[in-house]
Design a binder for this molecule. Structure first.
Ligand SMILES: Cc1ncc(C[n+]2csc(CCOP(=O)(O)OP(=O)(O)O)c2C)c(N)n1
Ligand code: SF4
Length: 302
C-alpha cells in the first residue's frame, strides 16, 4: 500500500470538474475538498446529496458550480438513493461511480439508518461525510459529531456537554471494504485514498474534517492552518482501514516520532472554544495523550 505513487501538486490533473464560482462562504474548506476530490473521481460520476452546504454551494437552477449530475435527495435517504442509482447504472451496464456526499448532521444523525443498511448490504458506492462539526447550513446547530465543549446556537453558553459520536468506528463495525478519515487541509491524501477506493468493490466510507470559518468562529485565511493543527495536535487522526487492517496515514503516523502540538494552539484560534477553562483544556489534552499512548503501542512498527 505504501508503494502506491503519491500525487503531488505538480502531478495533479489540470482538468477541472468544478467551476471557479460557487456559493460557499469565503474560506470554506469543503469547496476545496470537493474540487480536489472530483479530480480523483473523474468525469464518470453521479453525486447523491442531501440538504446541506454542498447543495447550496452548487447555486440555484439553472446555474451549477459543478459538471456532474447531482441527485438532491431527502436527508434520511442518502445511502438508499445512492444504492438505487448504482443499481440503475449496473442495469445499464455502466461502471459510473456513485458518490453520496453528505454533511455530518445528515450522516451521523438523520442519515445513519440508511447508511447502516447500505453498509450491511455491502453496496458498491462511495460515501463521503464532510464533517464541519455542526448543522452549518441552517445556522450552526449542534450535531452528533459536534465536539464536546463546542459553542453552537443550540449549545450557546457552556458548549455541547456530550462527546462526539465516533462515526468512522460505527461504520467500521459493519466491516465495509474501506474506511478512511481525511482532512480538507490534506487534500492530496484524500485524493489518493479516493483513487484507491475507486478500484475496490463494496462500500467505501470517507469521514473528512472540513473547517468552517463562520461555524467555528475562525478567520477565513486560517482555515487550512486550523485543519492542519487539528491533525498535528492529534485531535483529529488520519487513518484508513482496508479489509480490517488499520493504518495511520502519513500526516498522523509521523506524529509518533515527531510529537504533537498542544491542543491549546488549535482551540485558541476558534471562538467556539474560547470559553474553555484551563482545567477543561488540560482534561482534553490528557484524553488525547492517552489515545496516543495506545497508538504508540499499536503502530510501533509502522
Ligand atoms: C428532514 C429535514 N430536517 C431538517 C431540514 C433542514 N436542513 C437543511 S440543511 C440542514 C443542515 C445540514 O447539516 P449537515 O448535514 O451537517 O450539513 P452542513 O449544513 O453542515 O453542510 C438542515 C437541518 C431538512 N431539509 N430536512
Ligand atoms: S457554512 Fe461552513 S461549510 Fe457551509 S459553506 Fe460556509 S464555510 Fe462552508
Amino acid at each position: 500500500m505504501s508503494d502506491t505513487p503519491k500525487t503531488t501538486v505538480l502531478s495533479l490533473t489540470e482538468e477541472e470538474f468544478v467551476h471557479p464560482g460557487n456559493r460557499a462562504c469565503s474560506g470554506c474548506s469543503m469547496g476545496l475538498l470537493y474540487r480536489i476530490g472530483a479530480k480523483a473521481l473523474g468525469r464518470d460520476c453521479i453525486f447523491v446529496v442531501p440538504p446541506s452546504c454542498m447543495t447550496v454551494m452548487q447555486g440555484l437552477y439553472p446555474v451549477s458550480a459543478s459538471q456532474f449530475p447531482i441527485f438532491n435527495c431527502t436527508f434520511a435517504s442518502t445511502a438508499a438513493v445512492a444504492t438505487g442509482v448504482r443499481a440503475a447504472m449496473k442495469r445499464l451496464g455502466r461502471t459510473t461511480q456513485v458518490v453520496a456526499w453528505a454533511g455530518d448532521g445528515g450522516t451521523s444523525d438523520i442519515g445513519i439508518q440508511a447508511l447502516s443498511g447500505a453498509l450491511e448490504r455491502g453496496e458498491d458506492i462511495i460515501y463521503i461525510c464532510y464533517d464541519n462539526e455542526a448543522y452549518m447550513n441552517t445556522g450552526v446547530q449542534r450535531s452528533g459529531t459536534t465536539p464536546c465543549s463546542s459553542l453552537t446556537t443550540t449549545t450557546p453558553f457552556t458548549g455541547k456537554a456530550q462527546a462526539a459520536k465516533d462515526v468512522p468506528a460505527i461504520v467500521a463495525a459493519h466491516n465495509p471494504t474501506f474506511v478512511a478519515t481525511c482532512s480538507a487541509s490534506y487534500p492530496l491524501d484524500f485524493h489518493d485514498k479516493l483513487l484507491r477506493a475507486k478500484q475496490m468493490r463494496g462500500l467505501k466510507y470517507f469521514h473528512i474534517q472540513t473547517p468552517c470559518p463562520p461555524g467555528w468562529g475562525c478567520e477565513e485565511r486560517l482555515t487550512i492552518k486550523i485543519g492542519r493543527m487539528a491533525v498535528e495536535s492529534g485531535l483529529f487522526v488520519l487513518y484508513e482501514i482496508e479489509n480490517g487492517v488499520k493504518r495511520l496515514s502519513e500526516p498522523s503516523a509521523r506524529l509518533l516520532k515527531k510529537g504533537r502540538r498542544p491542543v491549546r494552539d488549535y482551540l485558541k484560534l476558534q471562538v467556539r472554544f474560547r470559553h474553555m477553562s484551563d482545567e477543561q483544556i488540560a482534561a482534553l489534552q490528557a484524553q488525547v495523550d492517552a489515545r496516543w499512548d495506545d497508538y504508540r503501542e499499536a503502530f510501533a512498527d509502522d
